[in-house]
Design a binder for this molecule. Sequence first.
Ligand code: FAD
Length: 454
Amino acid sequence: MDYDIIIIGAGPGGIFSAYELMKLKPGLKVAVFEAGNELSRRKCPIDGVKIKSCIKCKTCAIMSGFGGAGAFSDGKYNITNDFGGTLYEHIGRAKALELMHYVDEINVSHGGAGTKLYSTAGTHYKKLCLQNKLKLLEASVRHLGTDINYVVLENIYNELKDKVEFHFNEPAEHVEALDEGYRIHFKDHTKDCRDCIISVGRSGSRWMEKICKELNIPTNSNRVDIGVRVELDADVFSHLTDELYESKIVYRTEKFEDNVRTFCMNPHGIVVNENTNGIVTVNGHSYEGADKQTRNTNFALLVSKHFSEPFHDSNNYGESIARLSNMLGGGVIVQRFGDLIRGRRSNEKRIEESTVRPTLSATPGDLSLVLPKRILDGIIEMIYALDKIAPGTANDDTLLYGVEVKFYNMEVQIDQDLESCHKGLYIIGDGSGVTHSLSHASASGVHVARVICG
Ligand SMILES: Cc1cc2nc3c(=O)[nH]c(=O)nc-3n(C[C@H](O)[C@H](O)[C@H](O)COP(=O)(O)OP(=O)(O)OC[C@H]3O[C@@H](n4cnc5c(N)ncnc54)[C@H](O)[C@@H]3O)c2cc1C
């Protein structure tokens, strides 16, 4: 065996597996193979001047490399079983929460000290939401911010780099089950290990599907979330964001009885492009440091779609809608809420005259030509519902960027140890379809390391 354990993917899942393995059994020979760059070399070429939009790099610096998709994220670390994944279905609610708290402590001790932990416990907004047909989900959230999140990752990397072998720009191509252990195939070499932890995140979803087929690992079909990113004056939501930072609110639409939910709220943040498998969608960031903050707040409004017979490929459905927006707008489309309601496209002039200054340079257009009516109607209903608890949300100048798509990996069948049907082959993090967040993915990494160390 070349290694006791090979970890594929250096996102939060892989990093916290490595961290815990080194803590519990420093003598283990562990290697991490990552498709992207090390942290310091992760650079998105978009500079807003020479390169204004996504040029579709071979590996996306935002999604890949040490820190995974979470590296430049807002670092909102949600401690909850209410959203962010279904890890608790495998390891139990109490254990899942305990592990999320444990990872939070590690983050705090590696540069996150001084960041604030917000909580929905005891907030009067819960009642206000209920009175307006909205449901506020319960959570504690530590807001590290993109800047501190980076420092935490840097510190963890510095602590691990002499104990664990890191190999960057080394995507795993195949996983071969041996009589004992696994052989991992790379472009021009192979490495053998006793146990293998796969933590390839969303960017590795296609690869994960292929591996499951090759190794006959059962999977279940997935869901896709489709919607828009809303950007408005930060004052409109400040009463909520000052107390809760992020409020996860769910609204059940009157017309279709679909659930629409807020997602990834970024007070004083910026709207950004995201490239998944060459398709440009929208996302948001915010910073803890005051110097980088903007006058706007952004959040996503998303509707989940599950499909039943005969269609199973939810991600392809989401991709097709995103592709449509890319076709019409050359990337992400932006539209004023007032223009959407009046049935007209936004143009440069109306965006320019708008009171909300866009933080992302996107193409003014018409989202009703992109989003299915059912989804768009739900989003419009929710904007009016939110307007009751945060007056101003339904202002004409509120900006909607589309499309935002949250792709989920198909759910891989894993047991309570997060082990697949192959002994010693563990599948964790977002790549397993079980987690969808920094906290759940990190916790899954710690869990599997503890299982391996017995
Ligand atoms: C812009 C953005 C903002 C976000 N903000 C938040 C937030 O505030 N809070 C929150 O909870 N979550 C947030 N998320 C989601 C969060 O980042 C993910 O849930 C989390 O990173 C999942 O961790 P992971 O380790 O499972 O996968 P990932 O972080 O996706 O890491 C997987 C790694 O595996 C590598 N990889 C893939 N395939 C291979 C292969 N074949 N061989 C080798 N390596 C491979 C990838 O390059 C990647 O680095 C955000 C995501 C994005 C994109």
